[in-house]
Design a protein around this ligand. Structure first.
Ligand code: SF4
Length: 315
């Protein structure tokens, strides 16, 4: 029996039922959406073409690790680069990668922002970013051992390359997913620990925080949705900050395009729990954050503007 602070059976049952319903709704949506079906078909085709006589030709497939605009943001005074694994979230690939999802987070998932925006198709109508994320997910589920070997290989190359330039590497395994790598891929964590590579994730499934087998170096930030605030005390007890999405404009200062025009509030209260805040958009290096804080993220992407679930907190 897991130890959740200040929760009762009725709240837990309600949470479980809402999560189950959200999963069913997102699965049904993904299995019938033309854009997603098209991307899945193309991804499977590319995977099949890359396997010859049972051997995966990795040069025919997208790299497993990469970076993105948020992870590339500078961290003052530190030579550090963040890389991550971008799988496809929830049921987009046909496999489920998000057990802690809510309807609000799944519908507004950052998978479809920036380079993942649905209009970013090439001249053949292929959405290469979405297809690449689906390919990685297929490989994780259908070719597990080869996937692990390849990911560690890519990570080692990146680590050696950055080390030769005096730059520290950090790694985020779940950029758009919530796979329990700490259970299914412990070799990854041992590699990171042995090489002093900070490893971190935003986590919605509170059970992963309670059961984290690598608490001393796998940094988890509890990620708030419209349905999981009941677990805030448990996350705090396990030394995790709480990431929240607020409706704050993304406008940058005209004279300094790196700075936001509107600051995040200095403190915030949810369910009578008042904490100081950290601006989570300044960089993605959550493993450096001081503890007992709300990590405030500004709502991003077009989908979140339509959110009616209160996933994004509006004043
Ligand atoms: S926000 Fe996180 S949990 Fe929700 S769908 Fe996206 S990756 Fe999955």
């Amino acid at each position: 029996m897991l130890d959740f602070i200040n929760t009762n059976d009725t709240e837990l049952k309600e949470y479980n039922s809402k999560t189950r319903n959200a999963m069913q709704e997102m699965k049904a949506f993904c299995d019938s959406d033309d854009f997603i079906i098209d991307c899945r078909k193309k991804a499977h085709l590319k995977v099949n073409r890359a396997i010859v006589n049972g051997k995966i030709h990795w040069n025919r497939l997208p790299k497993l690790i990469n970076s993105n605009t948020k992870m590339k943001k500078d961290i003052d005074g530190i030579d550090l680069e963040i890389f991550g694994l971008s799988l496809a979230p929830h049921f987009i690939s046909g496999f489920n990668t998000c057990n802690g999802l809510s309807l609000g987070c799944a519908k507004s998932c950052l998978m479809f922002t920036g380079h993942g925006s649905k209009f970013m198709v090439d001249c053949n109508g292929d959405h290469n970013v979405a297809i690449a994320r689906i390919i990685r997910t297929i490989l994780w589920f259908n070719h597990r051992q080869e996937f692990k070997t390849r990911l560690l290989h890519e990570l080692k190359l990146k680590y050696n390359n950055l080390k030769s330039k005096g730059i520290q590497l950090a790694f985020r395994p779940n950029v758009f997913s919530e796979v329990k790598f700490e259970v299914h891929f412990p070799e990854l964590f041992h590699f990171c620990k042995d090489n002093d590579i900070p490893i971190y994730d935003y986590v919605k499934d509170i059970k992963r925080i309670v059961n984290n087998p690598f608490k001393d170096f796998y940094s988890m930030t509890f990620s708030l949705s419209e349905n999981n605030a009941l677990f805030i005390p448990t996350a705090l007890k396990h030394n995790c900050n709480i990431a929240i999405v607020l409706d704050i404009p993304l406008t940058k200062k005209k004279d300094n395009r790196k700075k936001y025009l509107v600051d995040v509030p200095k403190d915030f209260t949810i369910n009578n729990i008042k904490l100081k805040t950290i601006d989570g958009d300044i960089n993605d290096a959550r493993f450096f954050d001081s503890k007992n804080k709300f990590v405030v993220l500004r709502g991003k992407g077009n989908e979140i503007k339509k959110d009616t679930t209160s996933f994004m907190i509006r004043n």
